[in-house]
Ligand binder design. Sequence first.
Ligand SMILES: [Mg+2]
Length: 442
Amino acid sequence: MKRPPVFALIDCNNFFVSCERLFRPDLEGRPVVVLSSNDGCAVSRSSEAKEIGIPMGAPAFKYRELFDRHGVVQFSANFELYGNISRRITSLLTSITPRIEIYSVDESFLDLSQLPITDYEAWGREIRQLIFDWVGIPVSIGIAPTKTLAKLANLRAKKDQSLDGVLSFIKNRDNREAYAVHDVIKTWQHMALSPIGDIWGVGWRFAPKLRGEGISNALALAQSSPRLAQQLMGIHGRQLVAELNGTSCYPLEVEGKLPKSISVTRTFGQDTTDSEVVEAAIASFATRGAFKLRRSRQMTSRVSIFTTTSKHKPGYASWSRQVIFQQPTADTELLIKTLTGLFRDIYSPGIMYHRAGILLHDFVPDDQLQTDLLGTVDTNRHDIARDRMAAVDAINNKFGSHKIRYAAEDLRRDWTPQRKIRSPRYVSHWEDLPLLRPILPK
Ligand SMILES: [Mg+2]
């Protein structure tokens, strides 16, 4: 029997801050923020930091005084640590069910329909405790017959302290019905408490339009006509109304979607006029982008670069250039040559470069190199490059990601973003391993 879907959304609370607290238990109960690259903006905040009025994305320099007054503890983002903790949670969840969609670094959807669960809320509390005991990260869990409702339940579980981090819109499956009357009533109560802007897929773009029509919360949207929703938000609006009414339109995406484009961009640690510094940055971006491209088993046919000066300084300007390849490639060497060449075309001395990036697009699968009648496609060159890159990737996978690299990346490292207050890489570098000191009796 095909069972109707049951989705659980498991979302880590204040994920980056929670990772920092894992190794610094003294930070429990204190306001903590994690800052983005170059220590610019708050990208994760503890609940104490939210309470004193630090908004998401708050620029650190504007909030310096507030930080000082409340003794806010600040960290530079430590992505190695967060990635590692994230993988631990994912592997724990995968052991519960292989029907998992990793939605972001701190969020996963699970399909529970095939699991023998009699009480979904009790199951949620068990899993929440399990993740906390094994990994140490607090999570919130929302369970519902659609992804949109699971998101909404999750948000309610976070906001309403009395729910203790778990909310299910489905009680059990004993009655064989996916969505019983008492479930619907409970869902409506929580939808009435969910502002329209908080609904997954509404956001800042559609919220004002919907409010203009008198639709101010999730329940009002669920009860509005699908036609009106479609007029306001396109086909997505119609699907959203169905999802809020318990009809699943968005299936679980178990196989990660292949990327359609890959971009790597950074703001430099310091603005620079030096072409070598920018070239080294672009070579590093090209290396990273090409690696991601090969990992997705694709090749690129069109690449571009951009550079900008600082928006905060007078005379802001930006430049970009692109190239189309006759023959698609995933060869780091060729990409570095092409992209740094594009930069040399637009470089002019005296410009203070602040930010740069590369974009790879128009992908084809890496086993589908089309030959052509004109003979412009050089299959021999393609095969040599493919074998060389496979060897480089194999060595780097085995011995660490930067064991073999292109000299162009190393010309000058002055561009690397600053992370002045990064915590130790507790779980990825031997020299940063935390030490346990036995407490000896006096
Ligand atoms: Mg989260």
